[in-house]
Design a protein around this ligand. Structure first.
Ligand code: FAD
Length: 288
């Protein structure tokens, strides 16, 4: 039977030092909903769990002059109940509601979701359409980057073994931006997304401004559909333009065939769901 050492460091600096010392044989532990499952299938090279879930630097959700800061250790349950998130980032709340079941949402963290970096990670599209940035800390200090740059490939981020995801920042100008999230799974609960999608946009003088579209489970990482965003920018919010943006989203995606669904079925979902989130975002923009 495998034995694991468990260490609960008192600060982010201590956690980074431990990870730097032990390299590939140590792993940060947050809620454990991905890591504990993964450990059962890992080759046995992991011997130390560094529990970062209680670290003050990684906790909390607060609004500052810069925008909204969500600590990487915020659980889905915390996000779903947070008054600022409920008011200003409702699609991040909506995405949180779709994750697993109550137990998963009580333990699982938004940071753990981004670091696991599966293509279907539900929090990713909702954060990407708000131009979220992430802060990473390591032995060389902190660095901040757009969330898209954090994802490298399936289950692969830019993090080095000694690095930790500290927090997620949503710029002030995007708080309350009209937006929408939709996840399609084979069941209502406890299902990974066949496709998940988020959109955000503004309406100015009857034209679409700063449109954003992000999709999950349709490519090796969650992706922004930049060509569709460029197409929609400055256009009138007509049904035809929305349909064309969704068509571009299909051509920009590379969904796989697997036991959950065929690629062609996923393409139909991309078309339908992209239209749906764009239409919903327009409704919100029109009403506000
Ligand atoms: C039953 C079940 C249902 C699920 N349903 C969904 C679903 O519907 N949608 C979905 O997207 N996901 C789902 N998941 C996956 C999982 O719950 C989420 O990805 C969750 O957010 C992971 O967070 P965690 O805190 O549990 O991370 P952990 O399991 O603790 O960690 C995950 C990985 O991230 C690393 N890590 C964690 N925090 C940090 C940090 N701050 N810095 C650096 N590395 C870090 C860990 O070392 C590990 O490699 C499900 C999981 C289960 C078990």
């Amino acid at each position: 039977m495998r034995t694991l050492d468990y260490i609960a460091p008192e600060s982010a600096a201590d956690a980074i030092a431990l990870l730097a010392e032990h390299g590939e044989s140590a792993r940060p532990l947050a809620g454990g909903t991905d890591l504990i499952v993964d450990l059962k299938h890992s080759p046995g090279n992991i011997h130390i769990l560094v529990d970062v879930s209680g670290l003050e630097e990684f906790r909390g959700i607060e609004e500052t002059d810069e925008g909204l800061r969500i600590g990487s250790m915020a659980t889905y349950a915390e996000i779903m109940e947070n008054p600022i998130c409920l008011e200003k980032t409702p699609e991040v709340v909506a995405a949180s509601h779709t994750v697993g079941a109550v137990q998963t949402r009580n333990l699982g963290t938004i940071g753990g979701n981004l670091v696991t970096c599966v293509p279907s990670a539900d929090s990713a599209p909702a954060l990407m359409v708000l131009d979220a940035e992430v802060t990473v800390a390591g032995t060389n200090g902190n660095r901040r980057m757009p969330i898209e740059e954090f994802f490298v490939g399936p289950r692969k981020t830019i993090l080095q073994p000694h690095e930790l995801l500290v927090d997620i920042w949503i710029p002030k100008k995007n708080l309350g931006k009209p937006s929408s999230f939709y996840k399609f799974g084979l069941r209502k609960g406890q299902a990974l997304a066949l496709v998940n999608v988020a959109a955000a946009l503004e309406l100015k003088s009857g034209k679409i401004v700063e449109p954003r579209i992000a999709l999950g489970a349709v490519a090796p990482t969650p992706i922004r559909i930049l060509k569709a965003e460029t197409f929609l920018s400055g256009k009138k919010p007509t049904k035809k333009n929305i349909q064309e943006a969704a068509r571009i989203a299909v051509t920009e995606s590379k969904p796989i065939d697997d036991f959950r669904a065929s690629a062609s079925y996923r393409c139909q979902l991309i078309q339908t769901l992209t239209q749906r989130v764009l239409t919903r975002s327009l409704e919100i923009a029109t009403a506000s």
